[in-house]
Design a protein around this ligand. Structure first.
Ligand SMILES: *Cc1c(COP(=O)(O)O)cnc(C)c1O
Length: 427
């Protein structure tokens, strides 16, 4: 595909590029396996000598077409789909960290990722130090150890809505010879392309804006191809030393800039599964075709809702980086000049109990765990997604106990505001 196409064209045209007589629309390759003509052809696939499909636990053509579209949107070199955003973040780190390794992560983080990194991966012997993303370079760099293998953060954190200074984080990571991994779920490549600011690897929960319709859970990992694994050979033996489970191939040598995604596919997917089902990636692709239309509308509506909330006397505080008085407005202007996302957080005067009561009065906005889809929805993280965290951990993660996460959909903004108005007048 033409490399100069703009994001709108990429959303529609990238990925599936049919040749003569092939279906115009991306087909669902609903097949676990793929046929070959002789034993040698199949053998070469297992030696990673030829590229090709053999089993859908590792790779599937429907998935690869959709991964190629997201890769094009992010301006990366290679990508893969996973069964969920959780799987994407796990693989992104586990692909370069093993037992005894360590990584550094922003503490403004999705609750699921916080549990994965802080508890589950710790049981596997991979430790993580959480840092305040607004701390000074010195404070963040103090968290690095000789066995540190990555720096991780979210572009716009869910649900605390902290906007990351991506360029600064990339510089910190690179000073320590490790890649910066960015979870770009909330911004999407329509509003921010972290590779342009020095990030090395991007992950997504495609469950959110990319799918956009709350139809399928999924994830993606995209590599910029920019991190030089061989230049830090001793840090990343998984990529720079022979893989005994593949007859001693060295990924970084054999696949060059494609090494990271090749390893994640050939090794992690082979051994752990967690691939996206082709049905789900087909639906994801339908969502991606309108991502460029939906994201600006989400932002436009969210801006109107944020302004309304700010002017309402029952509202104690509003956090939305689009507001000019927001702590992260300047960073948002730098990294996301066209808008941030459709998610707003706010608290009501009277605290936690009033916030919960208010949510129960909403009619249009539905209480769901989900966030970032076409329908307006709402959640109280302290009672729901972040329920496992102590009040202290909540505050550390920037999630106030009274915080309401309001995900503004693409309905008519006046209807969303009217719903908020009636629920506010009832508390
Ligand atoms: C939802 C979410 C995840 C987890 O993704 P799932 O698809 O639910 O597994 C990870 N990161 C962020 C920022 C999210 O919002």
């Amino acid at each position: 595909m033409n490399k100069n196409y703009k994001p709108e064209t990429v959303c529609i045209q990238a990925g599936w590029e049919p040749k003569k007589g092939e279906p115009r629309v991306l087909p669902i390759y609903q097949s676990t396996t793929f046929k070959y003509e002789n034993s040698d052809q199949m053998g070469r696939l297992f030696d990673l000598e030829d590229a090709g499909y053999f089993y859908t636990r590792l790779q599937n053509p429907t998935n690869d077409a959709v991964a190629a579209k997201i890769t094009a949107l992010e301006g990366g070199i290679a990508g893969m789909l996973t069964s969920s955003g959780q799987a994407a973040n796990f693989y992104a780190v586990f692909n370069i960290c093993e037992a005894g390794d360590h990584f550094v992560c922003s503490n403004s983080l999705y609750g699921g990722t916080f549990n994965l990194f802080g508890t589950t991966m710790k049981k596997q012997g991979i430790s993580c130090t959480f840092v305040n993303p607004d701390a000074s370079d010195e404070e963040i760099e103090a968290a690095f150890q000789p066995n540190t293998k990555a720096l991780f953060a979210e572009t716009i954190s869910n649900p605390s809505l902290v906007v990351l200074d991506i360029e600064r984080f990339a510089n910190i990571a690179h000073r320590h010879g490790v890649p910066l991994i960015i979870d770009n779920t909330f911004a999407t490549p329509i509003n921010c392309r972290p590779f342009e600011w020095g990030a090395d690897i991007v992950t997504h929960s495609t469950t959110k804006y990319m799918d956009g319709h709350a139809m399928s859970v999924g994830g993606a990992i995209i590599d910029s191809g920019n991190f030089d694994w061989m230049a830090h050979k001793e840090k990343f033996p998984g990529l720079t030393e022979p893989d005994e489970s593949y007859h001693g191939i060295i990924y970084a040598q054999k696949f060059g800039k494609m090494a990271y995604i090749q390893k994640a596919t050939a090794q992690l997917m082979r051994d752990l599964g967690s691939i996206q089902s082709p049905q789900n990636s087909f639906l994801l692709n339908v969502g991606l075709e309108t991502l460029h239309l939906r994201v600006p509308r989400h932002c436009e509506n969210a801006m109107k809702v944020a302004e309304f909330l700010e002017s309402n006397e029952k509202v104690a505080w509003v956090n939305y980086a689009g507001l000019s008085n927001n702590k992260y407005h300047k960073l948002a202007e730098k990294y996301m000049p066209n808008g941030t996302c459709g998610v707003i957080s706010f608290g009501l005067k009277g605290g936690r109990d009033v916030s919960v009561k208010f949510m129960d009065k909403l009619e249009l906005a539905a209480i769901v765990t989900h966030v970032a889809d076409a329908r307006t929805c709402v959640l109280h993280p302290a009672s729901h997604t972040h329920r496992q965290m102590t009040d202290e951990q909540l505050l550390e993660a920037g999630v106030a106990p009274d915080l309401i996460r309001f995900s503004v959909g693409i309905e008519n903004a006046a209807d969303i505001i009217a719903d908020l108005k009636q629920a506010l007048s009832a508390v």
